[in-house]
Every structure is written in structure tokens, then in C-alpha cells.
Design a protein around this ligand. Structure first.
Ligand code: GRF
Length: 203
């Protein structure tokens, strides 16, 4: 059984899809939800499904042991960042190198880096006049939004598009693909995952 830790700071809609996908899965299990905000939506979602929640605080995460003992104790194999806003400290990257995935709501390397999260991303895409946006699922290294992409999917920017409308369409794309890409990655491993192989796995 491969054990996932899902890190999320926000509403947790991606975390929810991931938890649903792997409930009763024969080979993959979400064993831990890691969260840095007591009011995050993901906490209720994890509690309802009986998945343990690890609340973390910045000092120990960024400058201490990065909660590696807790992750080891749960036997975590892979870390999934699903709307987790803190930078992953070098110590944790080193420990799980090649086994940490993040989802970014744009087509990296465009519109990534520090401060590029949430609506800031979609505002930047529209301000740049880009013809398309999308999602990038990538390995995490020491630099924000920098590790090797394993999957991208694009959508066109529509006439009259606003950051809000784009955010909603990107969120749909994330929900559609992120759990299936994780599944393929974990069962793989694959350096890149193509869209056609994922479309056959999406409900
Ligand atoms: C997603 O848009 C993801 O790309 C970004 O944070 C957002 C999380 O949304 N990294 P949710 O909390 O899963 O609804």
C-alpha cells in the first residue's frame, strides 16, 4: 500500500476529490491530512472520513524538523500539495525528493513563483493577454513552482473572461485531472503523463 499525505491550507476541494478517489483503493491510501490553518475546509473533510489530521506551525515546519518524524511514523511515501501555500523546506524536499507533487493553476513556467497563488495567478494571466491557461502538476524542489512538470492541461481564455470565471474553469480542470494523475504517478512511476492516458481514467 502506498501512503499519501495531503497538505492543504484552503477550501480543500482538491483534497476532497483525492480522498474520495483513494477511499477503498487497493493500492493507494490517504493516510494523513496536513494543515496549517485551523479554519481550513479540509479539516472537516478529513474528520468526516476518519483520516488523521496533523496541524502544523510555521516555526517547526520551516526551521525545525519539518514534521518529518510524524510523516515517518505514518509511513508516508508520497506528499501531495493540494492548495498548500507555505514553501516546502529543503529538509522535507530532500527527504521526499521525487515524491512530492504540487498542482499550480496555470501553465508553468508562466505565472509561477512566490506570490503567484489563487486569484493573483488568474489576474496575471488575463493581464498578460494570454490565449490560454491551464493546470500544471509538477514535482516539488527547493524553488517555488520550479520542479519538473509531469502533467499539463490547457483551456482557451474565452471572450470576456474574468479572473473569477477563469478560476472556476481551472478548478474544474483540477478536480477532473489531479486525482487520476496522482494515481498514475503513484502506480507508475512516470516522468511525464500524457493527457490521453489520463482521460481514460477520469470519471
Ligand atoms: C487550487 O487552485 C490549486 O491549484 C492551488 O490552490 C487551489 C486550492 O483549491 N495550488 P482547493 O483548496 O483545493 O479548493
Amino acid at each position: 500500500m502506498k501512503k499519501l499525505a495531503v497538505f492543504a491550507s484552503g477550501a480543500g476541494s482538491n483534497a476532497q476529490r483525492i480522498i474520495e478517489r483513494f477511499r477503498n483503493h487497493p493500492a493507494i491510501q490517504v493516510s494523513l491530512v496536513v494543515c496549517n490553518r485551523p479554519d481550513a475546509g479540509v479539516i472537516g473533510i478529513a474528520a468526516a472520513t476518519g483520516i488523521p489530521i496533523l496541524m502544523i506551525e510555521r516555526e517547526r515546519f520551516a526551521k525545525g524538523d519539518a514534521y518529518i518524524p510524524e510523516l515517518e511514523q505514518e509511513g508516508i511515501d508520497i506528499i501531495i500539495l493540494a492548495g498548500f501555500l507555505w514553501k516546502v523546506p529543503g529538509k522535507l524536499v530532500e527527504k521526499f525528493r521525487g515524491n512530492i507533487l504540487n498542482i499550480h493553476p496555470a501553465l508553468l513556467p508562466a505565472h509561477g513563483g512566490k506570490g503567484m497563488y489563487g486569484m493573483h495567478v488568474h489576474e496575471a494571466v488575463i493581464a498578460a493577454g494570454d490565449a490560454q491557461s491551464g493546470i500544471t502538476i509538477h514535482l516539488v524542489d527547493e524553488i517555488y513552482d520550479h520542479g519538473a512538470p509531469i502533467f499539463q492541461s490547457a483551456i482557451p481564455i474565452l471572450p470576456g473572461e474574468t479572473p473569477e470565471s477563469l478560476a472556476a474553469r481551472i478548478h474544474e480542470l483540477e478536480h477532473r485531472f489531479f486525482p487520476a494523475v496522482i494515481e498514475k504517478f503513484v502506480l507508475g512511476p512516470h516522468s511525464t503523463i500524457d493527457l490521453s492516458s489520463i482521460e481514460s481514467m477520469t470519471p
